[in-house]
Design a protein around this ligand. Structure first.
Ligand code: UDX
Length: 428
């Protein structure tokens, strides 16, 4: 007891500064992590650009929020140049300048270290070639997948001219940090984590899923207003009958694709909850008029369409039996750790290898590739929701849910990793 009080006393007055990138897929896990470390006794400051500011009212009153001017809010760059401009907001260099220890937080899977950072060669001076990297076998738990197969969706990006610089920057920032935190679970990425530990010396803490460890009354981190009517609609559906469809906060599609999705979901005969985010249909900021004429009347009570859903609550609802997703890392974790198997339709970036994890390594989902056509969609939905194949995938995600619960409990991998992280921060 005395020991515990002593530890808590030591934390008192220790402040952690979080630097946020203004994107939903980054803000949610970063605020989740801030909440976890606040509960562990640290004081929290959140530094964020004005664009896409998080709302302070959803967080503990003693969180300090500091908004900094950014080029997009000041009208100095177009949205297209914004990502590049945000590179200037580099938490590592600020920490370096102030001579403070920097912690590198990865809000995507651990495998992104291998995809985005060039790795030093183990035997000689220099870096591993992609061939050498790709030949690494990942061991029995990933059914002898080779890295090449997991990383294949990235190959074209890796060969592009811009990337060597970015890969070098990421390597330097990671290597010079005092610790690395990853929003993942040991059992999901064990082999990949072992490879990464061989290349980076800072200790790696895997305390995911952040949103599960961070569950408090201040849990909403959504930038958009969540439509909670869909929860009462879900309450009326049969157990595990609903396919939930959402492509996250950034992906967009054209009107024809939206029509194919509508007809595919319509003819699948399964109840569906579909998020059509405002602005996600190219050439329109009004989603509903773009749905096929008569579609909503045709499906009636079997379909529910919203602009933004309380996704974590949706995926935890007993009526939801499948998730058709773009495979952003947050959505992937929220789904497979909540016993919901997936239809994977990656759009860009890390989503391609998240989809490979789900479908090829974990056998917890199926890939929907090529042009979106109504027949293909109908078939994919029925494979996941009705066929034996889907039943097997659901068994797999149920196993993941149980393993996740164990990882979060005292003595579990994420729980232990959090304890070790707290010790590490106190040692700075
Ligand atoms: C972005 C990148 O696209 C992705 O590749 C990277 O892994 C993370 O950042 P994003 O499109 O934001 O991803 O998707 P995702 O990572 O899945 O995060 C979306 C978040 O929004 C999730 O936490 C999800 O719960 C939430 N969400 C989504 C809602 O709360 N409501 C919705 O209706 C849809």
């Amino acid at each position: 007891m005395e020991e515990k009080q002593l530890q808590e006393g030591k934390r008192h007055g220790r402040r952690l500064v979080f630097v946020l990138y203004p994107f939903q897929g980054h803000i949610s896990p970063m605020l989740g992590l801030a909440t976890i470390l606040h509960s562990a006794g640290f004081s929290i400051t959140i530094v964020h650009p004005q664009f896409n500011s998080p709302s302070p009212i959803n967080h503990p009153p003693d969180f300090t929020f500091i908004s900094i001017p950014d080029p997009l809010s000041q009208g100095k760059v177009s949205p297209g140049d914004f990502a590049a401009a945000m590179a200037a907001l580099n938490g590592d260099s600020v920490a370096d300048h102030l001579k403070l220890p920097a912690i590198n937080v990865r809000t995507s899977a651990a495998i992104t270290f291998i995809a985005f950072a060039s790795l030093p060669h183990p035997q000689h001076h220099g870096y591993m070639s992609l061939q050498e990297l790709f030949s690494q076998d990942l061991g029995p738990n990933l059914q002898s997948l080779k890295l090449k197969e997991l990383l294949e969706p990235m190959t074209s990006h890796i060969h592009s001219n811009a990337l060597p610089d970015l890969r070098a920057k990421m390597r330097e920032a990671t290597s010079s940090s005092s610790a690395i935190i990853v929003n993942t679970l040991e059992f999901l990425e064990h082999e990949v984590l072992e490879i990464i530990k061989g290349y980076f010396s800072p200790p790696i803490f895997t305390i995911g899923p952040f949103h599960k460890l961070a569950q408090t009354t201040f849990s909403s981190t959504s930038l958009l207003k969540e439509n909670t009517d869909c929860i009462s609609w879900l309450d009326k559906q049969a157990p595990q009958s609903v396919i939930y469809v959402s492509f996250g906060s950034m992906a967009s599609m054209d009107g024809k694709e939206v029509h194919e999705i509508a007809w595919g979901l319509g003819s699948s005969q399964q109840p569906f909850l579909w998020v059509v985010r405002s602005g996600s249909v190219r050439g329109s900021d009004q989603p509903n008029p773009l749905l096929p004429e008569g579609f909503e009347e045709g499906v009636g009570e079997r379909g529910c369409i919203v602009e933004w859903a309380p996704q974590k609550e949706v995926l935890g609802h007993s009526s939801v039996g499948g998730f058709w997703s773009h495979c952003g890392w947050n959505s992937t974790l929220e789904s497979v750790c909540e016993r919901v198997p997936m239809i994977c339709r990656p759009f860009f970036g890390d989503q391609g290898f998240n989809a490979r994890y789900v479908c090829r390594a974990w056998k917890a989902g199926l890939e929907l590739e090529g042009t979106l056509e109504r027949d293909k969609i109908e078939k994919a939905v029925r494979r996941l929701m009705v066929d034996e194949e889907g039943v097997e995938m659901r068994k797999k995600t149920l196993e993941f849910k149980v393993k996740t619960q164990l990882a979060l409990k005292e003595g579990g991998s994420s729980y232990n990793s959090l304890e070790e992280l707290v010790e590490k921060i106190l040692s700075f």
